[in-house]
Design a protein around this ligand. Structure first.
Ligand code: NAP
Length: 455
């Protein structure tokens, strides 16, 4: 990048996951003004949930990083990774140096069930399990006891399916992926024989997408079970306005309910109309008590679960809640506490500040959904640029700005640094035919590119 850019229009994006990467791509394609984008990332590694959320056995989904790499290689983009907003750089710093700031920080926290026993050992959030098997440094040292035979997964979304699949894939299936080595060892030695995925509403209301649900029926070492009687009760409650995905989901589950178990060593059972009421056990989870539900129309026309007096107690030694995520406030950034998101209108937060992705709309949609979402926000930002409504930062050259950030964080990982980490991880994976072996501690990642020393 040339250094003569005192009058440059600069945008800082906070977060290099799909939403931040798509926003960067849209900004860089804008032709009326040449925008300069600095992509800040808390971890030494980019791509957010593509690296740390997408299941290891879904390499095709991960290949979207090829697109993000092309964006990151653009001459008007710099990656400032291992730099934390609020710690190394503050909002005031960014408002002093950029015309606009775009938050792309996701919704990092799991939702709690809010029931007795939820804190017992053996009760886990999908967020921590997913972060752990994907080698996210924050979850590196979490421990999961998978010695019991039955695991319950609460929730009927794609994260619940990811968790269920990861619990029943064979070592042979896992060891050709980029799963973190520590998780490969624990999952390979797992005693789990049955995974019960529990929905509080019926099959037609499940949040699964069709390919993910279909994949469950194609597992090498696990039979998928759907009880015909439960499906029949739920069938009576099918929402006539159900969308095509929901209708197809019901068809797939009907087909599952007709299958004879093929005697595979593990099972994944889908259960419906059950809400968790309590986890119980002497010092650790031993069972889950559910209320059996009926469905009733709610004010917005959708069907919601209503608990009956009937109870079901299911012995289980591990319970994973996969019931969605929520946003957490960023220092000094307006937060909508009710929706648990960064407060915004169509992506505008306030003068000079914008938001994209899950932090803007909530934790919904697939990776590609963030493209349209980021585009909407970038359109707002460009309107504000055209109308002279962006911030009015102090002029600074490219190199002086980078120097300023490096002073705050001498262990800044730039794009070349990430490429070196990437090459290193891929080389580690090569002898075993794996896409990569992930380095799972911040220190290891920095050491790999000679940036060692304490954070
Ligand atoms: P989700 O799709 O919103 O599903 C959450 C599930 O939790 C719903 O079934 C919901 O039921 C249930 N739930 C919520 N609160 C509950 C409670 N208190 N008790 C019992 N059940 C409760 O969320 P997600 O699975 O976390 O996924 C987040 C997003 O990432 C989704 O858009 C998903 O498609 C996407 N994703 C995609 C992939 C992929 O494409 N392969 C993989 C992972 C995630 P109700 O419907 O009754 O509220």
């Amino acid at each position: 990048m040339s250094d003569s850019g005192d009058a440059r229009v600069r945008v800082a994006i906070i977060g290099s996951g799909p939403a931040g990467s798509y926003a960067a791509g849209h900004l860089l394609r804008h032709t009326a003004t040449e925008l300069h984008v600095d992509l800040y990332e808390r971890l030494p590694t980019p791509w957010g949930l593509v690296r740390a959320g997408v299941a290891p056995d879904h390499p095709k989904i991960k290949s979207v990083t090829n697109l993000y790499e092309r964006t990151a290689e653009h001459p008007r983009l710099r990656l400032f990774a291992n730099v934390e907003f609020g710690k190394h750089v503050t909002l005031a710093d960014l408002r002093r140096h950029y015309h606009a700031i775009v938050y792309a920080v996701g919704t990092p926290t799991d939702r709690a069930m809010g029931i007795p026993g939820e804190e017992l050992p053996g009760s886990y959030s999908a967020t921590e399990f997913v972060g752990w098997y994907n080698g996210h440094p924050d979850f590196r040292d979490h421990e999961f006891d998978l010695s019991g035979e039955r695991a319950v997964v609460v929730g009927a979304g794609n994260v619940a399916l990811d968790v269920a699949r990861m619990l029943v894939l064979t070592r042979a299936e896992l060891c050709v992926t980029d799963i973190a080595d520590h998780a490969l060892d624990v999952l390979s030695a797992s005693g789990v024989r049955e995974v019960v995925v529990v929905a509080r509403r019926g099959p037609a209301q499940a949040a699964f997408t069709n390919p993910e649900l279909r994949e469950l029926g194609e597992l090498t070492d696990a039979d998928v079970l759907v009880a015909q009687d439960e499906l029949a009760i739920a069938d009576a409650l099918v929402d006539p306005s159900a969308d095509p995905t929901a209708k197809r989901n019901v068809e797939i589950m009907r087909e599952y309910s007709t299958r004879q178990p093929a005697g595979r060593s593990r099972q994944v059972a889908l259960r419906f109309l059950l809400s968790p009421l309590a986890l119980s056990g002497a010092g650790r989870v031993e069972s889950v008590t559910f209320a059996r539900n009926t469905l009733e129309p709610s004010a917005d026309g959708s069907l919601r679960a209503r608990a009956s007096e009937q109870r079901l107690e299911l012995p289980a030694q591990a319970v994973f809640r996969a019931i969605g995520y929520r946003g957490t406030p960023l220092a000094e950034v307006p937060f909508d506490a009710e929706q648990e998101l960064i407060a915004n209108e169509g992506g505008r937060v306030r003068h000079g500040e914008y938001v994209v992705g899950w932090a803007k709309r909530g934790p919904s949609g697939v990776i590609g959904t963030n493209k349209k979402d980021a585009n909407e926000t970038v359109e707002r930002l460009l309107e504000d640029l055209a109308a002279g409504r962006l911030l009015d930062p102090e002029p600074i050259s490219d190199s002086a700005l980078e120097e300023f950030v490096r002073e705050r964080q001498p262990q800044l990982v730039d794009y070349a640094g990430w490429q070196a980490i990437d090459r290193h991880e891929r080389a580690l994976g090569e002898p075993a035919g794996r896409p990569r072996v992930k380095l799972t501690r911040v220190q290891e990642l920095l050491d790999a590119i000679g940036l060692g020393g304490d954070d």
